[in-house]
Design a protein around this ligand. Sequence first.
Ligand SMILES: [Zn+2]
Length: 261
Amino acid sequence: MHTKRIFSAFAFTMLTIMLLLVVASRSSEAAAADRQGGVDVSLGAVSPPPTAQGVLPGGKPETEDKTADKPDIDRTSWEFILAGPDNNIGTYAPYVVPIEGTAQYFDERAVGALVEFLNAARSAGYSPYIQTAYRSYSSQNYIYNGRASQIAWPDYPTAEDYAEAALTVAEPGTSDHQTGLGVDITDKYYNSLDASRMDQTFLQWLRENCAEYGFVLRYPAGKEAITGRSEPYHFRYVGVDAAQYMMEHNLCLEQFLSLYK
Ligand SMILES: [Zn+2]
């Protein structure tokens, strides 16, 4: 009886000691896990949080950086109408008025800006001459068909002849002149559209000053792959804000408008 009680006390003591050892080892594991967790947290603080990725130190997201300062324009407004091989404007016909001192017409809403631009060129000592401004759908159609007939002569023009004509004459509905906002400006004394024979300092003056009056080069050199042509004398009204942005960033109209899609 006495021996049994001693054994029970011994067993109880051993059990208690084992229990304490288990508890102690568990809590040391937990402490180690906490330390591990602490390391993770500090690493997390060193690398940027996921939401901050793609943001420049200035706070501007990288993807928007190039166009963040683009002017606030209404892409659907009349001065941004786009005519080109991929943008046929059909029989679009703006209300046009005569450009004073010429036999040419321009969109009534932009003719004032054009006259100011021309007057500024005169003040700078140049003699601007309007070669072509507005050209209606039917005029363009007439010129285009005439070119195809000329190529096919003496036969009737085929689809191939029309395709060849389109290389030099814009198809009806695709000419910037039909918008009533495009104008070919030459020098009175170099009355030709051969740019190589034009006064280069005059062309340069037009390029450098057009934006102040709301105009841009519609077919700048180096953008032929996008616009389909190069015409250093063809200017286009888009309004002052858009013009200054486009000339500053070397954008053609197609590129500028694509920023607002
Ligand atoms: Zn032109």
